[in-house]
Design a protein around this ligand. Structure first.
Ligand code: MGD
Ligand code: MGD
Ligand code: MO
Length: 739
């Protein structure tokens, strides 16, 4: 007789791919998953799920899914693979990595991940046990999240997130909580994206409870169409917008004087600085009428509490960390830090750290000595001292140069786990492809073959989905267990794979099983992995440093236990001593995008449209899911959004194929004619490849034909190595394809 079982678990890659956190009920029948539904008892998502999680059965049992380890036979890129055993796979990786370590040093091997899936823990575990300092995310300027983290670290010594009651067990019903009276959604699309430990629909939940909405976004996307004020800015001008708003808030005396006097450092200097950005000037830069900038500043500053929810777009400003710093100052001087309904300081729930967010966490996990010694050798550390001292990422733009030059030391191997380098993360992809080809050994851990692994892979290890693994999640709250519901052939979890290899590469590695490691991480919470599962699989942070509010007053933010913020001055540093110590401007400023109507007017004549890319849709997570029928049906083709007036001028009809081109290249896309974008903007979908076409080179699933990152470049990172880049704002032209 067949039996059906429901396993309650937490969604965090692989599968939907996302940054995760939703509660799911996984229905298992005869060992096979037959359905996935939202778990209405889970405080994070309260029963809701995205289409990608709902399509899990199509994902897990897709005929293209790789279910066994494979090695390449034939030349790289020929698309010929042969099944091998896990023993052979582990032996090969161990042997090849040891060989490279002996010959060139462990730093010659880079450990590459994509975005914040359940991977930061296992990949750094493997990397440090191998002895390499090179943890890499190949997005130019590490331009996702990290620039914002640097800015918040430089200002507050901690990170903030909009408070939608996500740290409280009773959520919206908790009497301690109050909804933000105003929310600014800034360069983000919460309805589609749910990024960075934040569930997008919380914004909507707050609106239902009275929050008024300001949206700063060039597009009239779904959320912008619900806003009371919509500031349709030119891409890449967010710092000017923030400085203009600060100018209004400060000059009109709308800031929180008590908080500023007692808890902010460098207010007078900031006041001087913002005089350079009157609303007229901010308007000229951003293309937003000054009345709207003033109105937004007043509405936000006079509504308390108020919150700002921002997106990756901020990181992609020419100086992403500086743009983030300017926005951070808005919530700082209005006293909206760590108060109910403001921007609350976010810490890993219960202080459990499976995924390192900061230098301190890296040191706690891997030791000061190892961390500091290795940091010296990190790619880009000599050029960007902040890179050395913050979070431990290698610098991706320097990485490309170093692959090509072999200086200061050669790059010989790469371990890619959760990254589709060529179709998604990287820009200038032909150049990247050429450079990567020269490496001696490249290993992939993934679930499907993609253009990158087909082009470059020597060995392929098959990873498990969230439904097939045990894991822990503490990004940010609650502390959650990921519970294994089933297995699919020989697929293994990233934790399991990396633990086995860490053991082989470091004879002193202490753990034998993944659960042992989790229990160790849970030490101090009084729980084990099993007990967390038994108590229902999740728990909100207890009273203490990882639960809001007003922790700065209660001595809960600093190591010394004194009141104040976690900065050298114990204050919120509007004038950042962190930036100052590296010789950078301690105050925020505006820098024009390297390629724009203003900075490259000649180019603008030839390419008269602004190209922004990557607006998320619920159908796909980055380059994933193009092979999943239910999801592909939602978005069948690589597309661009184009304004009806612009389309008419160019003779382009809705649904027609077009070329998008600039001086770097040309790709094909289908035109979606829509008033969602203003006449001067093209919004192109990113991450496209065509799994239904030939995988072997030269086609590589069409990545050079449809991948928008053919039109983007590397090497435009900000002053400290973070931020910048071109993915949200370059120039282009669009033409109809005439067959
Ligand atoms: N033009 C443009 N490009 C962009 C962006 C943009 O806005 N515009 N956004 C950028 C941003 S913000 C980011 S973060 C990057 C993201 O870039 P990536 O993180 O590289 O995203 P994907 O291309 O989806 O690659 C993920 C790969 O990991 C695999 N995978 C998924 N989950 C797991 C897992 O749990 N384990 C393992 N082993 N494998 C898994 C997937 O099958 C897929 O092949 O893209 C960037 N690229
Ligand atoms: N379904 C799904 N969810 C995802 C992802 C995915 O691929 N699919 N990717 C995940 C990742 S890694 C990330 S980083 C996040 C990103 O999440 P978000 O940062 O929310 O990214 P987008 O959805 O692109 O929303 C960005 C919004 O910014 C606008 N915009 C573009 N340029 C500018 C600008 O210069 N200034 C301003 N103010 N606005 C601008 C766009 O029009 C768009 O509406 O999403 C995560 N969630
Ligand atoms: Mo991202």
């Amino acid at each position: 007789m067949s039996t059906e079982q429901i396993v309650r678990t937490t969604v965090w890659s692989a599968g939907p791919g996302c940054h995760g956190g939703c509660g799911a009920k996984v229905y298992v029948k005869d060992g096979k998953v037959v359905k996935v539904e939202g778990d209405e008892d889970h405080p994070w998502s309260q029963g809701r799920l995205c289409p990608r999680a709902l399509a899990m059965t199509q994902y897990m049992y897709h005929p293209d899914r790789i279910r066994y380890p494979m090695k390449r036979v034939g030349k790289r890129g020929e698309g010929k693979w042969e099944r091998i055993s896990w023993d052979e796979a582990y032996d090969t990786v161990e042997h090849r990595l040891k060989e490279l370590r002996d010959k060139y040093g462990a730093e010659s091997v880079v450990f590459i991940q994509g975005t914040g899936r359940d991977i930061g823990g296992p990949i750094t575990l493997l990397m440090y046990n191998y002895g390499s300092p090179n943890w890499l995310s190949p997005l130019t300027g590490i331009g996702c999240y990290t620039p914002r983290l640097v800015a918040m670290h430089a200002t507050m010594g901690d990170y903030c997130v909009m408070d939608a009651s996500q740290f409280l067990a009773k959520r919206y019903d908790d009497p301690e909580w109050t909804p933000p009276r105003v929310i600014i959604v800034w360069g983000q699309n919460p309805a589609a994206a749910d990024p960075d430990g934040f569930y997008g629909h919380w914004v909507i939940d707050c609106m239902k409870r009275g929050s008024r909405l300001i949206v700063i976004d060039p597009r009239t996307n779904w959320i912008a169409s619900r806003a009371e004020l919509h500031l349709q800015c030119r891409p890449g001008t967010d710092a000017a917008m923030a400085l203009g708003m600060l100018n209004v808030i400060i000059n009109e005396g709308l800031y929180d004087k008590e908080f500023v006097d007692r808890w902010c450092y460098g207010f007078d200097e900031l006041k001087d600085r913002v005089q350079q950005y009157p609303p007229e000037k901010a308007s000229e830069i951003t293309w937003v009428p000054k009345e709207k900038i003033i109105a937004a500043a007043r509405l936000y500053a006079t509504s308390k509490p108020a919150a700002i929810q921002w997106g990756q777009t901020i990181d992609m400003n020419a100086e992403g960390a500086v743009a983030a710093q300017a926005i951070n100052h808005i919530w700082a001087i209005t006293g909206n830090i760590d108060v109910p309904g403001g921007n609350v300081i976010a810490k890993s729930s219960h202080g459990v750290t499976p995924y390192p967010f900061s230098r301190t966490e890296m040191i706690n996990l891997y030791g000061e000595e190892l961390f500091t010694r290795l940091s010296e050798k990190r790619i880009g550390a000599d050029r960007y001292p902040v890179i050395k001292n913050f979070r431990a990422w290698a610098q991706p733009d320097v990485f490309l140069e170093q692959m090509e030059s072999g200086k200061p030391y050669p790059i010989k191997g790469a371990w890619l786990q959760t990254c589709n380098f060529l179709s998604c993360m990287a820009s200038d992809i032909r150049r990247q492809y050429e450079a990567l080809q020269r490496l001696d050994f490249i290993a992939f851990v993934d679930l499907f073959l993609n253009p990158t692994s087909q082009a470059l892979g020597d060995i392929f290890l098959p990873a498990a989905t969230f439904a097939e693994k045990q894991s822990l999640r503490s990004w940010w709250a609650p502390l959650c267990a990921i519970v294994k519901a089933t297995e699919v052939d020989e697929c293994k979890s990233d934790w399991e794979i990396n633990l086995e290899l860490a053991r082989r590469l470091n004879p002193r590695f202490p753990y034998k099983t993944v659960k042992e490691l989790f229990d160790d991480r849970l030490k101090g919470t009084g729980k084990t992995y099993d007990s967390l599962v038994e108590q229902g699989g999740w728990e909100m942070p207890p009273e203490g440093p990882t639960r809001p509010y007003r922790r700065w007053e209660r001595g809960l933010l600093r190591k010394d236990g004194k009141p104040g913020f976690n900065t050298p001055t114990a204050k919120v540093e509007l004038w950042s001593t962190f930036f100052e110590q590296y010789g950078y401007d301690p105050l925020p400023f505006y820098e024009e995008q390297p390629e724009s109507p203003v900075s490259t007017p000649e180019l603008y004549k030839e390419y008269p449209l602004i190209l922004s890319t990557g607006a998320r849709t619920q159908a796909f997570f980055h380059s994933e899911h193009r092979m999943i029928p239910w999801l592909r049906e939602l978005e069948p083709d690589p597309n661009i959004q184009i304004n009806p007036g612009t389309a008419k001028d160019l003779g382009i009809m809705n649904g027609e194929w077009v070329y998008v081109e600039n001086h770097r290249g040309r790709v094909k896309a289908k035109a979606k004619v829509t008033p969602e974008v203003p006449p001067w903007l093209i919004m192109a979908a990113h991450g496209w490849w065509l799994p239904e076409t030939e995988g072997a080179k030269p086609n590589l699933y069409g990545v050079f034909e449809v991948g928008i990152n053919n039109l983007m470049q590397m090497g435009q990172q900000g002053r400290c190595g973070f931020g910048g880049g071109s993915q949200r704002s370059v120039l282009c032209r669009v033409t109809r394809i005439r067959d």
